[in-house]
Design a binder for this molecule. Structure first.
Ligand SMILES: Nc1ncnc2c1ncn2[C@@H]1O[C@H](COP(=O)(O)OP(=O)(O)OP(=O)(O)O)[C@@H](O)[C@H]1O
Ligand SMILES: [Mg+2]
Length: 244
């Protein structure tokens, strides 16, 4: 579903990604972790063309993301993205936040879009808040809305960039629960997160990045089970985050 082959990227002289290669198959859940500045956000932003890259190939469902001829709106509708900050439109109600792109990009009618929005809000436990505005919701609630908004486009895969790291601890679980249920429903997911409980529960694979490279890419059981086989850098990192 997502093929990343030898992708390298520079910001000016600074090489931010070096020869990154991995494949995410349909229905797979892959957790990406690694120290700050290792290139995790950059890599997933390359997948839905939010960032250009200079070398290598990324294909989503067979379509080459770097191809200047592709329809970026269509690509981004097919690959949902959820960020640390929810980026909901403050002047639109929750239901309108979900319906807008369905109408503009997918050309759904007002009633089709609304029905879909309400069904998805129900799925993330937010149906009672459809008429409210983002500022009236907690961070965890806003993030669940952001997930529903991405799902409203019927994506074939979902990318998450630290969706819980800006949330108060008591709100992390409600967002992770939604992500776990998505994973169990078979969604293809690439998630940058340090929530190792989530990784243990639903990930198929764990990718560890350091200094712009994919240093580890292995099955979850291998990643957590055989820590002695991990690179020194991954071991160091794991020992730090697993203390929490
Ligand atoms: N627009 C930019 N211009 C120049 N350098 C950038 C830019 N965006 C990111 N970088 C650099 O690229 C590197 C990778 O950044 P990236 O945000 O991908 O890391 P990350 O692994 O997501 O880190 P974090 O865990 O802190 O989110 C960092 O050294 C960062 O400073
Ligand atoms: Mg990041």
């Amino acid at each position: 579903m997502i093929e990343i082959q030898q992708v390298s990227k520079w910001y000016g002289d600074f090489r931010v990604l070096t020869g990154c290669t991995t494949t995410i198959r349909k229905g797979e859940v892959v957790v990406v972790c690694g120290p700050s500045g290792s290139g995790k956000s950059t890599l997933i932003k390359c997948v839905n063309a939010l960032e250009p890259f200079q070398k290598g190939i990324i294909k989503v469902d067979g379509v080459s993301v770097g191809d200047p001829k592709i329809d970026l709106n269509a690509l981004r509708a097919r690959v949902g993205m959820v960020f640390q900050h929810f980026e909901l439109f403050p002047h639109l109600s929750i239901e309108q936040n979900l319906s807008l792109a369905q109408r503009k990009v997918l050309k759904r009618s007002a009633s089709q879009a609304r029905d879909k929005s309400l069904a998805l809000l129900e799925r993330v436990g937010m149906q009672a808040h459809a008429h409210k505005y983002p500022s009236q919701l907690s961070g965890g609630q806003q993030q669940r809305v952001a997930i529903a908004r991405a799902l409203a486009m019927d994506p074939i895969a979902m990318l998450f960039d630290e969706p819980t790291s800006a949330l108060d601890p008591e709100m992390v679980t409600e967002v992770l629960d939604v992500m776990v249920s998505l994973a169990r429903d078979g969604m293809t997911m690439m998630c940058v997160t340090h929530e190792m409980g989530f990784a243990r529960k639903v990930a198929n694979r764990v990718i560890f990045m350091d200094g712009g490279s994919i240093v580890e890419d292995c099955a979850k059981e291998e990643f957590f089970g055989n820590t002695a086989a991990r690179s020194d850098r991954a071991q160091q990192f794991l020992s730090k985050i697993l203390q929490h």
